[in-house]
Design a protein around this ligand. Structure first.
Ligand SMILES: Cc1cc2nc3c(=O)[nH]c(=O)nc-3n(C[C@H](O)[C@H](O)[C@H](O)COP(=O)(O)OP(=O)(O)OC[C@H]3O[C@@H](n4cnc5c(N)ncnc54)[C@H](O)[C@@H]3O)c2cc1C
Ligand code: SF4
Length: 534
């Protein structure tokens, strides 16, 4: 059986642990860990746990609402739309967003042909457990496979990447020479780990990244050794890996170019709390420090040189440098796709390179970039599990709905991370802030709520082991409630007032691509994507 816990909803009440202790466990006050593929013998316990979960966060054998069994074939479409009966939909990227979209398409009565194209060879799997339960050894990577979609009636073309898109002919080209026709296309190709920038150093035995199940298996094997681990980059993935190292008793150094861990996502004030948490757990944390070189002997990693002049002996280095969007296959397609992602409108319809919206090409998940009204229509790319699911649902609905029935993707971003026994959650966009204030709990105990404000309104909230409050703050963000908050809370700290959030300036990523506009006559004016370096 397959189990997925929507950890954005989970509030750590622990009823599931009580009902099925062999499947679920708490790794701190609120951080839940679980086996995504327990034995059939556990089914009764797991179903009881799912029924007991007060926030319905437990999904058994499906992700999201259960899908009705569906036999593909002609049947009357509810709105008489021919496309629903005979259309051809192709989804490129057979992972979380792609799978969820496929399920929703069928749920909405799409009975036409559905083709899933994915470059990974095996069954689609869930990534969040990779940096948590899989690295600790609690479950093997193969147990993270997503629940199968029974009765989906799709053609699966897996293990073969899409290499091109011809929009005029409406065909997706595959690496093996085939090309697949479509009427509507969903782009859900996600991201990959940004590699260590020096190719020779990256090739040293002992230099790794983490994105796939295979990466996790390899890293898990190496973590059972004894020597020092170097984690390069203290974003969420790097911090979770450091946490696992300490859990396993491995010495670990974290080198972070910014002022604190998680600073790029949560700002400097909460980043300082994360730094305190890391050091309290024995991490050798070096902030404001870059790794300038990785050196080896006979092809094996031996040491790392740091920008402060220090050298450390290491036998494993994990480059946790963020993600690169999988958009290369869209080059020359005429879509607004570049290193920044695939730009689309709030209904997930992709823009062409001129900024005109297309009607038959949609995007969802980590690869998509779309404007959010709550954040002044800024285009956001969100690498969050919950966003991939919610956006895929909107994209799929819109793919089979007429103009007047389409939905906007207005869900606020929600994220979770488990590290050092603490469950960290956020709602909204913490970097869209000028001030932050602790409204509940105590920072010293690593159990609090921080609320972020921008020009007098609440824009985000971050909780450390206080996940139960997230929904409340989500409502305040949606209502543009005033900041600083005016209400009293049960455990409000005695002296609390807003302080600057210390959100770092957005560093312009070295995108290597830019858009230029040519022509004078409005009928001729066109935008072009120019790659500056290769
Ligand atoms: C280690 C790790 C831990 C995480 N932890 C958390 C967490 O705690 N909380 C949270 O909210 N989120 C977490 N995430 C993020 C979350 O997993 C992602 O947001 C989610 O996987 C996005 O789903 P997606 O379908 O958009 O993209 P992906 O999961 O990246 O899937 C895209 C798929 O498309 C395939 N593909 C790419 N190019 C092509 C091509 N040309 N042709 C065919 N197929 C292609 C890829 O190989 C991949 O299978 C974590 C991610 C990782 C890697
Ligand atoms: S909220 Fe649900 S999934 Fe989370 S710990 Fe409680 S019972 Fe388990």
């Amino acid at each position: 059986m397959r189990v997925v816990v929507d950890l954005t909803r989970c509030q750590g009440y622990g009823q599931c642990v009580f009902m099925a202790p062999e499947v679920f466990s708490m790794t701190g006050a609120e951080a839940l860990a679980y086996d995504p593929e327990p034995s059939e013998a556990q089914r009764g316990h797991v179903l009881r746990a799912a029924a007991a979960c007060p926030v319905q966060a437990l999904h058994v054998d499906h992700v999201g609402a259960p899908e009705p069994d569906h036999e593909p074939g002609p049947h009357p479409a509810p709105d008489g739309d021919d496309f629903k009966r005979t259309g051809r939909i192709v989804i490129v990227g057979a992972s979380l967003a792609g799978m969820r979209a496929a399920a929703v398409l069928r749920r909405e009565g799409f009975a036409g042909s559905l083709t899933m194209i994915g470059d990974e060879p095996g069954e689609p799997y869930d990534r969040p457990p990779l940096s948590k339960q899989v690295l600790t050894g609690q479950v093997p990577a193969r147990n993270t496979v997503l629940p199968p979609l029974a009765g989906l009636g799709a053609e699966w073309l897996c293990g073969v990447p899409a290499t091109g898109l011809d929009l005029d002919r409406r065909r997706v080209r595959l690496a093996d020479g085939r090309d697949i026709g479509f009427d509507r296309l969903l782009i859900a190709t996600g991201t990959r780990a940004r590699p260590w920038p020096d190719a020779a150093e990256a090739a040293l035995d002992g230099v790794v990244t983490l994105r796939t199940a295979e990466d996790a298996t390899r890293l898990r094997r190496r973590l059972t050794g004894a020597g020092r681990v170097l984690v390069i980059g203290a974003g969420f993935t790097g911090s979770e890996i450091a946490s696992v190292c300490r859990h396993l008793g491995r010495p670990v150094t974290v080198a972070e170019r910014g002022a604190a861990p998680l600073v790029g996502a949560l700002g400097g004030v909460i980043g300082a709390v994360a730094a305190d948490l890391q050091r309290a757990h024995g991490v050798d944390l070096r902030c404001g420090v870059s790794v300038t070189a990785l050196e080896g002997d006979g092809g094996r990693l031996r040491r790392a040189r740091l920008s402060d002049g220090d050298t450390i002996e290491v036998d494993l280095a994990v480059a946790a440098l963020g993600a690169v969007r999988n958009v290369e296959w869209l080059e020359g397609s005429g879509l607004a796709a570049g290193p920044w992602g695939v730009a689309c409108d709030a209904g997930c319809r992709v823009f062409d390179i001129n900024g005109l919206v297309t009607d038959d090409v949609f995007a969802a998940g980590d690869v998509a970039r779309l404007p959010h009204p709550v954040y002044e229509y800024q285009f956001l790319t969100l690498e969050h599990w919950g966003n991939a699911v919610a956006q895929a649902e909107v994209a799929a609905h819109n793919m089979v709905s007429g103009q007047t029935r389409r939905w906007p993707h207005l869900a606020l971003p929600v994220f979770w991370s488990s590290q050092f026994g603490v469950d960290i959650k956020s709602v909204g966009v913490p970097t869209f802030a000028d001030e932050v204030m602790i409204t509940q709990g105590t920072v010293e105990e690593h159990r609090f709520v921080a609320v972020y404000g921008y020009r007098g309104r609440i824009t985000a909230a971050v909780t450390f082991d206080q996940g139960m409050w997230l929904e409340f703050y989500q409502g305040l963000i949606e209502q543009a409630a005033p900041f600083p908050p005016e209400f009293r809370t049960v455990d409000r700290p005695e002296a609390t007032s807003p302080v600057p959030a210390e959100v770092p300036d957005r560093v312009a990523a070295s995108h290597g691509a830019t858009v230029v506009v040519t022509g004078h006559d409005p009928a001729e004016r066109r935008a072009w994507l120019v790659h500056r370096s290769r």
